[in-house]
Design a protein around this ligand. Sequence first.
Ligand SMILES: [Zn+2]
Length: 416
Amino acid sequence: MLLNVRLESGYQYEGGEVVATSTVLKNIRIDQGKITKITDTGVPYEKHLDCYDADGRLLLPSFKEMHIHLDKTYYGGPWKAAATRKNGIFSMIELEQSLLLELLPTAQERAEKLIELILGYGSTFARSHCNIDPVVGLKNLEKLQLALANYSDKLGHEIVAFPQHGLLLSDSEGLIREAMQLGVTHVGGLDPTKVDGDMEKSLQTMVQIAADYQAGIDIHLHEGGETGLKAIRRLADLTEEAGLQGKVTISHAFALADLAPGADVDMANRLASLGISIASHVPNGKGVMPIPMLQEQNVNVMLGNDSITDHWSPFGIGDILHKAHRAAELYGWSSEYKLSRALSLATGGITPLNESGKQVWPKVGDEATAVLVPASCSAETVARLPKCDAVLYKGNVASGSLHGVKPNGKNPKMNG
Ligand SMILES: [Zn+2]
């Protein structure tokens, strides 16, 4: 039993505008990872059950890290700033010829430390890209899978077989196909024109592998301007032809920031109609991603930290809620309603209240996968970034701790 849990129950309106969020305190029973009862705090409950007191803290759906490289990080090792890129992405591919082999002996250990980091910030799901290239072959994948297996009771995952050195450029199709047979869920890709030098062949190869293994796709598309837009349009066509609707993600997709008003809406409609989602790390440097417009057109936008600290970037915190906070700041979502809705960017779309303020989460039968935060509502959580006191994954404490209450005076603690 989780006692005295704060749940959102509705929006409060003034003059037609949401001005606050109402909450109620409830007791929640969890059996075998699922919520089986939600009752008023005054209703008697079976005292023989293990009971933990949430002390009025807010229960929210836990977070989803939808773009990270768990296999390739400096995190957990000595501090090192990012590398300089004299020749853009090609300098990084060159650097990785030696760097990947240096990192390999500690790759699993670092991946596990990174998993601990994101768990502490409330992510209980990660889609990790994993280098598949001629330098490390399938070895990063092997280490990543060992790390993920050690956390299978705390973190759900997907793995993208990522041809970081170019699917065609490094002739990695055979390796990617081998990876697909080892439990990988998504085929990756990388800048088909700029890196592979043959957009059509690169995209076709990627889509064909996905079709052959009935897998998803998640492509790194950094290319901006016309070549990037051309790649997005062509990938949309190939997605439709291969029947991969709902299974394709474009990561970064910076080219979308270059679209003129009008054309951007047409493109967003096309993506939405094919269930193509966008994974963004919410950049605010050169271009601002049109996330509000994409969401208005019903494109599924997901967030990821991407680099935590590695040769690409030293700035990742590991906190997906912080990414939603940055989006809110960037797009001016400062009202109660907009902040409240912004939570969905961190949770993979799940929110306690629906758009009209009806309570839709949690329900009996839902997985007990959630975070407990010292906050009064979702809007405050997105704006003020409270620490996650406890992170639950299918009823287990995955991070943080819960204080037990027992009538016999014993006070067991459950730690993540
Ligand atoms: Zn990435």
